[in-house]
Structure formats: structure tokens, C-alpha cells
Design a protein around this ligand. Structure first.
Ligand SMILES: [Zn+2]
Length: 211
């Protein structure tokens, strides 16, 4: 399911946000809060005055509430990325609703606000996922450009590809987790600088992305 690209995905699953109509690029970071990777991502964004979107895993939210508050305090958007990071594909409705709801509750308890956006782990979803997200009043978000930052590839290979593929409204996928912790500080600025050189600016996901 995650192998379909944004243009095919938009035709098959128009209710999902694959990219937006905004004149900006949307940086998204999945799998945090992570004690090492997330603060690095936050530093990079703060130094450049940029806002992004963090899709958080509920069990990590419980473990690192201070980092959740830092994400919020820095003005980023917080999204839901399930509680245990399972594949949602072909799981029961109860299972999927619980993964989403438990995470929303955990985030709301800390931030005072339930997330409006949901991203299924690995990009795996089925119709039950779409219904479960809808019943929790969350917009399902995937991406139009996968940075492949979790793969063991040099930044010099990854960054130019991401930069050249980007267009207005692109949703870029990065991770703040144990796989990217050691390279986030070098890779993400390389991509951001390339995009700035191309004249882009950056926006977190918000309700204005849905119009
Ligand atoms: Zn993930």
C-alpha cells in the first residue's frame, strides 16, 4: 500500500492527504518523540525559524512528555502515529480505533489538544483505517516524497533526490527515531538548504491545508 505514489494514491484514495494546495513544502517527522533524534530535529528547525509536523507514537508520548511539550512550545503541529506503531493493514476495527484513540488521548492529556492528523505506520492502511480515523475526527495524511532517511544511504545520495522531486504542496517524510538519530543533523539541513535555494518556504500541516 505504501508503494503507490501520490498521484495514483490521490485517484484511489481521495480522502487521504498526499500533498496540499499550499504554496509551501511540508516537512513531517515520524516515530518520535525520541530522546536523541527529536531534540536534534527541533534544533535544526528552530535555528531556521521553520515549523514542521511531528507524527508521534503514543507509547513514546507517555515516556517523553517533556519532548512533546517542547514540540508544541516551538509551534509545530503534532499528529497521531498510533500507540504501538503496528501495521494497521487487515486489523480489526476495534484494534485500529484503540491504536488511534489511545494515542489521541495521550497527546491531549499533555498538550490539551487532540491531534487533527493521523498517519498510519509504514503507510499501511485499509478501509477500516480510514473509517477509524474518521470516527476519531482525524485527517489521514501520507506523503508525496519519502526521504528514505531510514535506509543506510549517504546523505549525498538522498538529499539531491528529495530536493529535485519537491514542488509546492509536497509532503516530505523524515523520521526522528533510532535509525536516523545519527544522521538527522547532517541530512535534514542539506535538504532544507537545497529547498530554500529553489525558493521554497515551509509550513506545518494545519486546517488550511485541507481546503
Ligand atoms: Zn512510523
Amino acid at each position: 500500500m505504501n508503494l503507490i505514489n501520490a498521484s495514483v494514491g490521490k485517484a484511489l484514495f481521495p480522502s487521504i492527504l498526499w500533498e496540499t494546495h499550499r504554496p509551501a513544502i511540508h516537512l513531517t517527522f515520524d516515530d518520535g518523540p525520541h530522546p536523541l533524534a527529536t531534540p536534534k530535529a527541533l534544533d535544526i528547525l528552530k535555528n531556521r525559524g521553520m515549523k514542521a509536523t511531528f507524527f508521534l507514537i503514543g507509547k513514546n508520548v507517555q515516556q517523553y512528555p517533556d519532548i512533546v511539550l517542547q514540540i508544541l512550545g516551538d509551534g509545530h503541529t503534532i499528529g497521531n502515529h498510533t500507540y504501538n506503531h503496528p501495521s494497521m493493514f487487515f486489523r480489526s476495527k476495534n484494534f485500529q480505533v484503540e491504536e488511534i484513540q489511545k494515542t489521541s488521548d495521550s497527546i491531549q492529556k499533555i498538550t490539551g489538544k487532540a491531534p487533527e492528523f493521523f498517519r498510519p505506520p509504514y503507510g499501511y492502511f485499509d478501509y477500516t483505517t480510514l473509517k477509524a480515523a474518521k470516527s476519531s475526527q482525524q485527517q489521514v495524511v501520507l506523503w508525496s516524497i519519502d526521504s528514505l532517511d531510514f535506509k543506510n544511504l549517504p546523505n549525498e545520495t538522498i538529499a539531491p533526490k528529495v530536493v529535485s522531486k519537491a514542488k509546492a504542496g509536497s509532503i516530505l517524510l523524515f523520521h526522528d527515531n533510532h535509525l536516523t538519530e545519527s544522521k538527522i543533523t547532517s541530512l535534514v539541513p542539506m535538504v532544507i538548504d537545497g529547498l530554500i535555494q529553489r525558493g521554497f518556504h515551509f509550513e506545518p500541516l494545519s486546517s488550511s491545508c485541507l481546503n
